[in-house]
Design a protein around this ligand. Sequence first.
Ligand code: HAX
Length: 441
Amino acid sequence: MGELKDRFKLKADALGVEIKEILKEHGSKKIGEVTLSQIYQGMRGITGLVSETSLLDANEGIRFRGYSIPELQEKLPKAPGGNEPLPEGLFYLMLIGELPTEADAQYVTSLLQRRSHVPNHVFAAIEALPVSSHPMTQFVTAIMALQTESSFAKRYAAGMNKKEYWDAAFDDSMDLIARLPRVAAYIYRRKYRNGDHIQPNGLLDWAGNFAHMMGYSNESFKELMRLYMTIHADHEAGNVSAHTTHLVGSALSDPYLSFAAGMNGLAGPLHGLANQEVIKWIFEMREALGVDLPSKEQIADYVKKTLSEGKVVPGYGHAVLRKTDPRFTAQMAFGKQHMPDDELVNTVWRVYDVVPDILKGLGKVKNPWPNVDAHSGALLVHYGMVEYEFYTVLFGVSRALGVLANLIWARALAFPLERPKSVTTDNVKQWLAGKEEIWGE
Ligand code: HAX
């Protein structure tokens, strides 16, 4: 791993120097203003974080180190015979800031293959939970059980120099990324395949091996996993899973503790769990209507019913995006290529034809367009993965790439403990009455 670490260290040292200079000269410049509404309403639009790995534009969608998803699909290395990008290549890009060569991506693959051993007590910890536990509960439990392997925690306890934090975070992050597919596949086979587990194939790429261990040997499913693991990896720093991992990491909690915290946030229905909610909602709609491919009129009626029951339409809307999510579009293109006649996939496309106008009509939804979660489930069901409670685990395995690349950067750039100021409504009322000094430090 020395070579990858050396390349990273060079980049991190150079950026560290640049940031010092920027702050020395411009540190007191204002980057924005904060309104009262913003602090009561989810801090939307407040710029308060730095992330090197990706940037979200409200209209264009996500760019990873400046590259859009179609550009990544074109420029990142592929598996032999494949068309979709290798997520290992995206991880390299996020970490090093340069497009990987084929050899670079293969090197990351081989590092992950070598570090993928999962100790037995982790499987025992999973087995201690009832099979009925939600897969995300099992996933987070397994990550916590893996924490015994943290070299960051061990080195910190032994008096690690703060200049070495990044190095220990690097080791833990690579180990964790390498082990997650095995853990996730174990949970899948335990819960849905009677514990009939499949051993890893040490010759396969990270996502291909994940597909294999879950029991999907079909080449086009492996391609879907490569695409899926790439597009879900990162969405700049403010989303719940990324921000939580970053926040917890800022307390020098090791990467296992930090990532587990982020995954608890991903498990919320307004965030990553939306991918299970979408397919559950579509299954319920099909059952209620008694048809496999509802008409647009039937869908419109069902959407209105959902809204009238005080529920959100899952897979639609976003806190930052204001157009169709390019991650939705990439999955739609995959569907058109691999399964154009699939009725469930066609239902997703019909929902896309109908929902935005209805949400626009409500007059309060800032983004009526689909997000990443609106599409993913239908593609998985096509290959037989109907167990939608598992979908957020797939998202989590992918999200590790982005949030852990960020955690390594945060330790390398010596980002301090995160600690914003909060107020009480009483403070606010006094301030509005003209007593400005109440804010304190
Ligand atoms: N259906 C119905 N109402 C919606 C809606 C939707 N899909 N999206 C937003 N709204 C409503 C909000 O509930 C809010 O209503 P109230 O004022 O009555 O509370 C109003 O529109 C304004 O909300 P907003 O400013 O447009 O949206 P937010 O930034 O507050 O929330 C959410 C963004 C993603 C949480 C929201 O759009 C939502 O709940 N969507 C459905 C769940 C979903 O798809 N989540 C996944 C998002 C992507 C992601 O993180 N994936 O992991």
